[in-house]
Design a protein around this ligand. Structure first.
Ligand code: ADP
Ligand code: MG
Length: 728
């Protein structure tokens, strides 16, 4: 008997929704576990408070003496909230988060003890980090890593621990985390965008990138998930026949949220409120048991931290509600996968969204400037964007039969396309007063009106303009947003710097008016970046052909996509902007190709084990039953037995046939793995895993799934798709 499967199902049937205590008003608890401005005002001296604010707003350094004051205030606040420990919270290159807890408690001799937390402990700490991936950086430099406080992201309390957001760097200065390059990219885009924004408003002194992510996920009962070794070890089902009913009726998308799930969401949202994560919307997604959670957008660094934190919290709260969260991009074959749309824009210290059309022609010219520069940046660096979202799990979405595709393109809608078409016709050189008036009144000035009735929102584009922001939709649901945000902000920074230089050249060299110069440069950008714009259905063969003609990359697998990270042009981008050095870039590439190979290796092992230990023995057991049955029939019917045992005999043969294929597949796959493991070069090994090992998965799975349909349901050991997806 397949006891685990049936026990899990009956456990799931007997679950009751877990009660949640909700505050009357969420606004009252919002941020109460965050060392935010209000808490700082209460617990810090004026000098300390100003010093932190100066660090947040202007990147100023915090004096060591003042750090001592800050740490004391922070500790008092944390203890008043019940915290006993502190940790430097950081985002190593594995994509998750890491922490090491230390107690505030210290002995002072004579049997006495105090709570202590000095400035040194706030500002810098050495985690025992030898086992975090570092792509050879630490070995090369024989240096250790340390974590350093990032004051721009506020400390918070989770459980009984004060968590201090930090960067993680080697003693020789190389970044060993996801946050450091992000902070550098954000600084670049701030400088570049501020300089350009000053063309339109001299009072702009800072530009923040903003990010609003939308987190998709699957929620499966904990017992059901635990009954599937593939879900537990690889995060996705490596086999399993499609359920007779899937998502074709769209009934989940429009349906109400099941009570157990709703209680989970309410509990999760409460935790988010305490932590200052401004979650706002929740709903069902397309696939059964698939959901989405989205916050109000925030400054990008904070939003990235909040998404990482959220994923941790989601796991922990799910446990209370007897659920397991599946963050994998494609946990189930044949139904929709999960993504994490990254809504991105730029916002000035004067409160203006630079990607929002305004009420005057001047504001709209500003909008167009940032809008067109972003498109141009994506055109120049589309392969780098693809690389930033590449992972073994996201490969199942991008480039597989699902939108968005592996080809990066930009969707802007027909109305803005028409505007760009008009701007492309702008006169070369100085503009006549009449042309300028006409442009301002009839093209630029009309943008807000046309956008109001812009209804044709394309859902398949990987990078779409959605009214007042761009939406990078190709990011994987499991990934850290830091990488795509680093790339996007870096390439826009580069682009805006180039733009500024070109415009200034026309103003100084050709004595052009500022507006004329801007129109001239934008006209050229529109022409040069035309190939990246695509309004059609963003996936399928026709688009792949068309994209190829246009010279757009279509890197379908992770090892292929990651090559762009170490391309000369992209190394130059990072080095010029001082976001990463060549050493740092190459180390990251190494880590990622390594991780890719390991993930495929794990999947291969799990699939081999499950197929050999679960599927084949079960199939043989059932086959034995059939053989007994046929023998019995023979003893009754003698030579005529075939008339009544035909179906059984066919089944016996089919089962043998599938078993033979599975066995052969596994044997060949293991051989391929052995060969791949002998390759020293990480990138080559990743390619080998991708092209020589992975293809066996489908073959093995096909035959396992066929057996699932043949074998008696009573003895099938693996919880089936219909049970995973529809048991509530
Ligand atoms: P949709 O219709 O796709 O749900 P929303 O306007 O609700 O669009 O936005 C979806 C996400 O975009 C939310 O997370 C929201 O906070 C975010 N968002 C909205 N405006 C901006 C902006 N200016 N910058 C970054 N993200 C934004
Ligand atoms: Mg979206």
């Amino acid at each position: 008997m397949s006891t685990l499967r049936f026990k899990a199902i009956s456990e799931t049937f007997n679950r009751k929704p877990v009660e949640v205590n909700e505050p009357k008003r969420r606004s009252e608890i919002f941020g109460s576990n965050v060392f935010n401005e209000a808490a700082m005002r209460q617990y810090l001296t004026k000098t300390s408070y100003n010093s932190v604010m100066d660090a947040i707003e202007n990147g100023a350094k915090i004096d060591r003496n003042i750090a001592d004051h800050i740490s004391t205030g922070m500790k008092e606040w944390a203890i008043s909230k019940g915290a006993t420990h502190y940790t430097h919270w950081f985002q190593p290159l594995t994509g998750s988060t890491a922490e090491k807890h230390d107690a505030f408690f210290e002995t002072t001799g004579g049997g006495q003890a105090i709570e202590k937390f000095g400035g040194g402990q706030l500002v810098q700490q050495e985690p025992d980090a030898s086992s975090f991936p570092n792509g050879g950086i630490r070995n090369t430099f024989e240096a250790r890593g340390y974590t350093a406080w990032d004051p721009t992201s506020p400390a918070f309390i989770y459980g009984t621990t004060l968590c201090i957001p930090t960067v993680f760097v080697a003693y020789t200065g190389e970044a060993l985390d996801n946050k450091t390059p992000l902070l550098r990219a954000l600084q670049s885009v701030d400088q570049a965008a501020t300089a350009v924004a000053k063309y339109f408003d001299k009072s702009v002194s800072k530009v923040n990138a903003t990010l609003g992510w939308e987190q998709e996920y699957f929620l499966i009962d904990k017992a059901l998930a635990a009954s599937r070794p593939d879900l537990m070890l690889a995060g996705r089902t490596l086999l399993g026949h499609a359920s007779a009913k899937g998502q074709q009726l769209d009934d989940h998308y429009f349906g109400s949220i099941p009570t157990r799930v709703l209680n989970y969401m309410r509990d999760l949202e409460n935790e988010c409120m305490l932590l200052g994560v401004p979650v706002k919307t929740r709903h069902n997604e397309v696939a059964p048991n698939q959901f989405e959670l989205a916050p109000i957008f925030e400054e990008a660094n904070l939003a990235v931290d909040h998404n990482s934190l959220l994923m941790d919290v989601m796991d922990k709260v799910a446990d209370r509600h007897h659920f397991k969260v599946l963050f994998h991009e494609k946990p189930f074959a044949g139904i929709n996968g999960s993504g994490k749309h990254n809504n991105w824009s730029l916002s000035t210290n004067t409160g203006v969204n630079l990607l929002s059309p305004g009420s005057t022609p001047m504001k709209n010219l500003q909008f167009l400037t940032f809008f067109i520069n972003t498109i141009k940046a994506v055109h120049e660096y589309e392969e780098l964007i693809r690389a930033a979202i590449a992972s073994a799990s996201n490969d199942h979405r991008l480039g597989a039969n699902e939108a968005p595709p592996a080809i990066i393109s930009v969707f802007i809608g027909s109305q803005l396309t028409a505007v760009l078409d008009e701007l492309e016709k702008v006169t070369d050189g100085k503009l006549s007063p009449q042309e300028k008036t006409d442009l301002k009144l009839n093209v630029v000035g009309k943008i807000p009106e046309i956008l109001l009735d812009n209804t044709d929102r394309n859902r398949t584009s990987p990078f779409a303009f959605t009214g007042n922001k761009f939406e990078l939709r190709a990011v994987g649901s499991i990934s850290n947003c830091a990488q795509p945000m680093t790339v996007l902000n870096a390439i826009v920074a580069r682009q805006l710097m180039d733009f500024k230089e070109e415009v200034d050249k026309l103003i100084k060299g050709k004595k052009m008016k500022k507006d004329d110069a801007i129109f001239n440069v934008l006209r050229e950008y529109i022409k040069e970046s035309k190939n990246i714009r695509f309004e059609g259905d963003g996936y399928g063969e026709a688009w792949e052909k068309e994209a190829k003609k246009r010279g757009l990359s279509n890197n379908k697998t992770t090892p292929e996509a990651l090559k762009a990270q170490v391309a000369k042009k992209n190394i130059k981008l990072y080095e010029d902007l001082e976001i990463m050095t060549k050493v740092e870039i190459e180390a990251r590439h190494e880590i990622q190709v390594d991780e890719y190979a390991m993930r495929i290796q794990i999947e291969g092992r799990v699939l081999g084990d499950v197929a050999r230990n679960h599927v084949i023995p079960t199939a043989i057991r059932y086959q034995n039953l059939l053989i007994e049955n046929v023998q019995g029939l023979k003893s009754i019917y003698g030579n005529d037995f075939k008339k009544v045992a035909g179906e059984q005999m066919q089944l016996i043969e089919s089962i043998s046939d599938h078993i033979a294929h599975i066995n052969q597949g596994i044997t060949d796959m293991i051989e391929a793995r052995k060969k791949a493991n002998k390759i020293d070069n990480s990138e080559k090994r990743a390619f080998e895993y991708c092209n020589k090992v992975k293809p066996y998965f489908e073959e093995i799975r096909y035959h396992c799934d066929k057996l699932e349909l043949l074998v008696d349901d009573e003895i099938w050991p693996l919880t089936k798709y219909r049970e995973l997806l529809f048991t509530r």
